[in-house]
Design a binder for this molecule. Structure first.
Ligand code: UDP
Length: 323
């Protein structure tokens, strides 16, 4: 298929593009390179530099790509930043997303796979989180993604655009070529690995008084290649659907740090800090629905191999993509 990938120069987008190309699809990457990196774009893909907030440019790029489907990764995705700058999140994720749906409608593209998030659930009543739980975001990032999910329903009912929303839990790890390099790094695993590389003196633990076994937040870390595989399967689904995507396992912040010490063989200094606003204590996915409907199952369950792939990439790219 010919696939138009927004945010294809970012962490998750770049690796999904690589896997799409490996599977024989044709890809056009659409990215404004604000968060993404030019050298994270697989050279086999076409590249259109542009912005979701420029509807004419977006529509022209989508038409030129001759796309049969869209994968939509381009978004702002930091919980903490969204708590201080909600406008950025609603503008880029909601208004930008609406321009994309409108462009799809204008160009007759009837299929979209959307990067959604477990942050749409807020603080869940129970874990693991399945698709029947209410979505009540506790930060503007999660709200912006939920609004887009809700818009998808109407673009299906009114315009026949079929969508699969994948609510990722914590994407982690790397492929052999592409990895995680954010200009401002707020994510746990890359920050711990920066300490292992000697680029930072210590890593902060945000909150040690959560109601979890060791007092630190528990997350469900899913390997980026498993996540990419779910996108591939989602392309083949005819009807619209929403799926939670994780391994079903929970790892605390302290357990991540210990695992990084094991994998890297290096001591990680920590700094205990107050809670970060907008963080729920425990987020663990039930991926039963995508397993039973699309046959998806994660190849990576344990945390060490996930961290090993990230560490291998960071050792080869100590300064990330270098731009
Ligand atoms: N975290 C931390 N120190 C850091 C970065 C993150 O303690 O330097 C915690 C954060 O509070 C959360 C978990 O690690 O509980 C995962 O955070 P991350 O930003 O990686 O992903 P999120 O769950 O926010 O998508």
């Amino acid at each position: 298929m010919r696939i138009f990938v927004t945010g294809g120069a970012g962490y998750i987008g770049s690796i999904c593009v690589e896997e799409l190309l490996n599977a024989g699809h044709q890809v056009t990457v659409f990215d404004n390179l604000t968060e993404g990196h030019r050298s994270a774009i697989d050279p086999r893909a076409d590249f259109a530099q542009g912005d979701l907030l420029d509807p004419q440019g977006l529509q022209a790029a989508l038409r030129a790509a001759g796309a049969e489907a869209v994968m939509h990764f381009a978004a702002n995705a930091l919980v903490g930043e969204s708590m201080s700058n909600p406008t950025k999140y609603f503008r880029n994720n909601v208004t930008g997303g609406m321009h994309l749906l409108e462009a799809m409608n204008e160009c007759g593209v009837k299929k979209i796979v959307f990067s959604s998030t477990c942050a749409t659930f807020g603080t869940p009543e129970r874990v693991p989180i399945d698709e029947t739980l209410p979505q009540r975001p506790i930060n503007p990032y999660g709200e912006s993604k939920l609004i887009f999910e809700q818009m998808l329903r109407w673009y299906d009912e009114i315009h026949g655009i079929k969508s699969v929303a994948l609510r990722y839990f914590n994407a982690a790890g790397a492929s052999a070529r592409f990895g995680e390099d954010h200009r401002i790094e707020t994510h746990l695993i890359p920050n711990v690995l920066k300490v292992a590389l000697g680029q930072k003196p210590n890593v902060s633990i945000f909150g040690t008084d959560y109601e979890t076994p060791d007092g630190t937040c528990v997350r469900d870390y899913i390997h980026i290649l498993d996540l990419a595989q779910a996108h591939m399967l989602a392309l083949g689904r005819e009807a619209s659907a929403k799926y939670n995507l994780g391994t079903g396992g929970g790892t605390s912040v302290r357990e991540i740090i210990t695992a990084c010490e094991r994998v890297t063989g290096r001591k990680i200094e920590v700094l205990e800090q107050p809670r970060r606003s907008g963080d729920p204590a425990r987020l663990i996915a039930s991926s039963e629905r995508i397993h039973s409907e699309l046959g998806w199952a994660p190849k990576f369950q344990a945390i060490d191999p996930i961290i090993e792939s990230a560490w291998a990439w960071h050792l080869r790219h100590p300064n990330g993509y270098g731009d």
